[in-house]
Design a protein around this ligand. Structure first.
Ligand code: SAH
Length: 456
């Protein structure tokens, strides 16, 4: 059946915004045809102009508002909305928290799984929270700039205040930018695959205030490298680690495989829940330290440990959850795919004088199968996978080990729902309410903790 779109490009229509997509776009319906509208909130009566018509849906922009939502935040900087920085900035924070809670409820309802989702645990100050920045370096109008890409593009918007980042990180980026200009280091040119400096990554310890600066280069060595590093160190004394990462490939992946220390240590330290962690350039580390403490505490509480349990922490990164759990239990096994992260994890166990943890570098799904075959009998399995969720084979191996509980820390409710359904087929059921924790204020990302319990 061929449906003809009821609108054409450039046409203006009056509509009421019906919904908000999981990416934060307003949805307007013309007949049954959906138009996605940036900067439009549910309930708002607006005049829109169609910008693009595709087969099954289209896009439009707001020309004027007849009414605005009570949840609208006025006077926001549109750069933050048009980039990945803060697509939800125009939605009041309490409404963002409800939006995230409802998203989980809705996805479970669609899968016909009965759940209770508690209100999202938010932040008192939901800005300037990120402890890490990764910014592209490009030439814009003949000048080296740092900033952010416009969404779905590689057009750099120069920026010095990133709104959701630790302001000390923003300041460091500007200083590095100015030094790159001063030493005339050529910025990477994506189109011709030329130039040198591709990205700058900065991480700052929330408690330690130590800073790591990673210069990501297309070449093995930067021009004027020694002087540049000396100046960075002078200008940013908190930078206790200055690193060169080499990425010579033509790729969107930010870091390459070669990492060299140019100044100081290969890691910086930070604390979480009273434990100290060394973090190297290529290791994953949660970006919102204040909320991470709440998230981990929640996972620990929900694990319900008495001190005698064997626990597996899959997707353990630098061992943050593993070590936080270790204090409350007999034995912890952690697995993670990035070798540098496991090196950090082992150092971190020593740093905190924790001896009842064993770490493995492996794919979690393969390691889980190995543990299962080796007869490991965990009482609790904690999983904290990336957005794509759990490998189906991991769920099978996990269920074969018959843990009493699975604590699922999820950064993507869509894959959470899929994986919960699989666990249910294998005799597990959701225990208690799902708890969303807002790790990413101003963005549509949804983090949550779910407990699955084995049926008796
Ligand atoms: N629990 C940690 C890390 C969570 S992020 C923390 O809170 O800090 C997810 C981690 O999974 C990342 O460290 C990533 O490197 C790792 N990872 C991704 N795919 C994996 C896989 N197939 N097997 C094991 N680890 C994987």
């Amino acid at each position: 059946m061929k449906i003809k779109a009821p609108v054409t490009k450039n046409q203006r229509v009056d509509v009421t915004i019906a919904d908000l997509t999981y990416q934060g776009m307003g949805v307007a319906k013309v007949d049954d045809f959906s138009l996605f509208v940036e900067n439009a909130l549910p309930g708002e009566q607006v005049t829109i102009q169609v910008t693009k018509v595709q087969k099954h849906y289209g896009f439009a922009r707001v020309v004027s508002w007849q009414t605005t939502s009570p949840d609208r935040v006025a006077d926001v900087d549109k750069t933050y909305r048009q980039t990945g920085i803060a697509p939800l900035q125009h939605l009041a924070y309490p409404a963002q928290l409800t939006f995230k809670q409802h998203q989980i409820e809705e996805l479970f309802a669609k899968a016909h799984i009965d759940v209770t989702v508690d209100p999202t645990l938010g932040m008192a100050n939901p800005t300037q929270y990120r402890n890490k920045a990764q910014v592209p370096v490009r030439m814009v109008k003949g000048q080296l700039e740092t900033g952010i890409y416009r969404q779905h593009s590689h057009e750099l918007i120069p920026l010095t205040d990133f709104y959701i980042q630790d302001p000390e990180i923003d300041k460091a980026i500007v200083k590095v930018r100015d030094l790159l200009r001063q030493f005339e280091i050529p910025a990477y040119d994506e189109i011709n695959d030329k130039g040198v400096i591709r990205n700058v990554m900065v991480r700052r310890g929330y408690y330690s205030h130590e800073m790591m600066i990673v210069l990501i280069s297309r070449q093995q060595k930067l021009p004027s490298q020694a002087q540049l590093v000396e100046e960075i160190h002078k200008e940013i004394p908190a930078a206790t680690s200055i690193i060169l990462n080499v990425n010579a490939r033509r790729t969107n992946v930010i870091m390459g495989n070669v990492t060299r220390v140019l100044y100081g240590k290969p890691t910086i330290e930070d604390q979480l829940l009273g434990l100290t962690f060394a973090i190297s350039a290529r290791s994953f580390y949660q970006v919102n330290p204040q909320q991470t403490e709440k998230l981990y505490q929640m996972a620990i509480d929900k694990a319900g440990l008495t001190g005698n349990e064997t626990v597996i922490d899959a997707y353990c990164g630098i061992g943050t959850i593993s070590l936080a759990l270790a204090k409350h239990t007999k034995q912890v096994y952690g697995v993670e795919i990035v070798p540098e992260a496991i090196e950090d994890a082992k150092v971190n166990a020593q740093k905190n004088h924790i001896t009842n943890v064993e770490f493995a570098v492996n794919k979690a799904e393969d390691q889980m199968a190995q543990w299962q075959e080796a007869g490991v009998k965990p009482d609790v399995i904690v999983v904290d996978p990336p957005r794509k969720g759990l490998a189906s084979s991991l769920i099978d191996s996990a269920a074969k080990m018959a843990p009493e509980k699975v604590v699922y820390v999820s950064c993507n409710p869509a894959t959470l729902v899929r994986d919960v359904a699989h666990f249910q087929e294998l005799g597990y059921a959701i225990d208690g309410a799902i708890q969303p924790v807002d790790q990413f204020p101003q963005t549509p990302h949804v983090e949550s903790v779910t407990v699955l319990k084995r049926a008796k």
